[in-house]
Design a protein around this ligand. Structure first.
Ligand code: CMP
Length: 139
């Protein structure tokens, strides 16, 4: 079915001017960017977004990193978009990511791993609503 998923191009990637190269990988895979904006998160906003990871030892590092520079938040749409986006991103740890994936090509470490993508339909819905209003989604 046609799905939408929330994607974030993280500060390590925006700093290295990789937004276009990453977007080309999404579009080449048949994903359509139906909403997109470049924003600067506060540590508190990053913490709210990643609230499920609050108890993890890397939470402080994660939220400070996500607030360390611009991020591009976007909504990707397409057939099976949630799984397809995860395929294009590759494994969370770039050391485990398959050749040709975004993380294999661009990620610097498990923390500075260039992109985030929603992991399931319910989280996709929540994560999209965190950043976008319905009016901003143009399919
Ligand atoms: P993401 O898909 O954005 O979801 C949570 C993030 O936490 C994950 O990608 C990683 O970037 C980050 N993360 C996971 N494990 C670690 C770790 N051991 N150290 C730092 N960051 C991590």
């Amino acid at each position: 079915s046609i799905e939408r998923t929330l994607s974030i191009i993280k500060p390590d990637a925006t700093k290295r001017n990789l937004t276009g190269k990453i977007n080309a990988k999404f579009e080449d895979a048949g994903l359509r960017i139906v909403a997109q904006k470049r924003i600067l998160l506060t540590v508190a906003q990053a913490g709210e977004f990643y609230a499920v990871h609050k108890e993890r030892p890397f939470f402080g590092e994660l939220t400070e990193f996500m607030a360390s520079g611009p991020v591009v938040v976007q909504v990707l749409e397409g057939e099976g978009a949630i799984a397809k986006n995860r395929e294009v991103m590759g494994a969370t740890n770039p050391a485990d990511a398959k050749e040709g994936t975004i993380r294999a090509e661009f990620a610097e470490s498990v923390g500075e791993n260039s992109v985030h993508g929603s992991d399931a339909p319910d989280t996709a819905k929540e994560e999209i609503a965190y950043f976008f209003s319905g009016l901003e989604l143009v399919g």
